[in-house]
Design a protein around this ligand. Structure first.
Ligand SMILES: Nc1ncnc2c1ncn2[C@@H]1O[C@H](COP(=O)(O)OP(=O)(O)OP(=O)(O)O)[C@@H](O)[C@H]1O
Ligand SMILES: [Mg+2]
Length: 391
């Protein structure tokens, strides 16, 4: 099958770095010093961001953080108060929406209810100088691309939510736009359809090679789909990085907490590599901290390693254990969540605070972990994260 869009080679520029040639894709979309205010309220605060050609980027953040505002500025639907946007080298900052090169899909499918599916997809193709036959061929091709060839004569109300969103996607890519903008395209769908469509959108994006920005407040969706995630909070960018960077190396407590789950404890840096959590010393990386600094210590439930009961820790993984980070804990509660067990632990070393730990079904069986039992768990020093307190 012919691709709906031609895939152009990514332009590259050569940077000389310490004598070594490094190739980096040149940015396709470049946002610089962008601000947006509504009266006194600042919705976007000095946003700068570069997106490479063909990248799939997610804007992720809680409700009201400015995701849609940023997307609408890129689309020209709501002009920014200040700042510039370049697309493919062209300054589009003040261009009206109709003069920009993008396709967009909204949360609500926004199909025309009185037009058939074919007519909905053809809508953007009319007035582009194409003949009727060319439009019909393109519509058929797009219907095939989204796997709905048999549905062309129906009306939107006769399709399921997931199908309607596929049609909205077909309509958005009909004119082979340079940029695909998706504002929470999956959030109105039920969980199963959502996960399925996630894969379809990702596969389609790869096939077309179209630079894509998707807004979502679903962290799992962003982790699963994005090449890079832009985490936003209160109109500012908190961090930009690949899903693994964002998850493994969150730069702020907000990012750590928003992406994935956390246990948080008040802590104080004691010396290089040593931190006091509650009243007891643990080993961890204390880079960027000085002795005496107050901090918040974070560990993810999934990173806590169970070692079973007794002093002779069973360690099935071939990695060094830091004895200082082993703690005795009592299992207060266990909840079976299908893929794993979520446990609530208490430990004398953590005072009266609860430690949430997720253990695999296998580990629970192997180590005979049960409610009321005492086990030894390890907080791996490389998974213990520190953030400045009160920052
Ligand atoms: N037209 C407007 N007038 C005044 N304030 C606005 C307007 N549009 C958005 N805002 C405010 O700007 C902030 C950012 O809104 P935005 O719609 O970008 O959030 P969002 O991150 O997309 O949230 P959600 O996940 O709920 O869609 C919010 O506090 C919102 O109330
Ligand atoms: Mg929004």
């Amino acid at each position: 099958m012919r691709h709906a869009m031609s895939i152009e080679p990514t332009p590259t520029s050569i940077h000389r770095d310490a004598g070594q040639a490094v190739t980096r894709p040149s940015p396709y979309l470049e946002i610089s010093d962008l601000w947006k205010s509504y009266g006194d309220f600042v919705a976007l605060h000095d946003i700068s961001l570069s997106i490479a050609k063909g990248e799939f980027v997610c804007f992720l953040g809680p409700s009201g953080c400015g995701k849609t505002t940023l997307l609408r500025a890129i689309a020209g639907l709501d002009l920014q108060s200040q700042g510039t946007i370049l697309q493919d080298g062209r300054n589009i900052s003040t261009l009206p929406a109709s003069k920009r090169d993008y396709g967009i899909v909204f949360q609500s499918y926004a199909l025309f209810p009185n037009l058939t599916i074919e007519q909905n997809i053809a809508f953007g193709l009319e007035n582009t100088g194409r003949s009727k036959a060319e439009i019909a061929a393109r519509v058929a091709e797009l219907l095939e691309t989204v796997g709905l060839s048999a549905q062309g004569k129906k009306y939107p109300a006769q399709l399921s939510g997931g199908q309607q969103q596929r049609i909205a996607l077909a309509r958005a890519i009909a004119i082979s736009p340079g940029l695909l903008l998706l504002d929470e395209p999956l959030s109105a769908l039920d969980a199963k359809v959502r996960v399925h469509l996630r894969h379809e959108i990702k596969a389609l994006q790869r096939k077309l090679g179209v630079t894509t920005i998707m807004v979502t407040h679903d962290q799992e969706e962003a982790l699963a789909m994005a090449d890079r995630i832009v985490v936003m909070n209160h109109g500012v960018i908190e961090q930009v990085g690949s899903p693994t960077q964002i998850y493994r190396h969150p730069e702020t407590l907000f990012v750590a907490d928003f992406i994935g789950e956390t246990n948080q404890f008040p802590a104080k840096v004691m010396s290089q590599g040593q931190v006091e959590i509650v009243h007891s010393a643990f080993s961890c990386s204390t880079q960027d901290f000085a002795a005496g600094d107050p901090a918040t210590a974070v560990v993810r439930p999934v990173d806590i390693i169970p070692h079973g009961a007794g002093a002779h820790a069973v360690n099935s993984v071939d990695r060094p254990v830091t004895p200082q980070n082993l703690i005795d804990a009592e299992v207060q509660e266990m909840e079976f969540l299908g893929m794993f067990w979520r446990t609530r632990l208490t430990a004398p070393r953590l005072g009266d605070r609860t430690l949430i730990a997720d253990f695999s079904v296998n580990a629970v069986r192997r180590l005979n972990i049960e409610t009321g039992g005492v086990i030894q768990v390890e907080i791996p020093k490389e998974r213990l994260l520190l953030f400045p307190r009160g920052a």
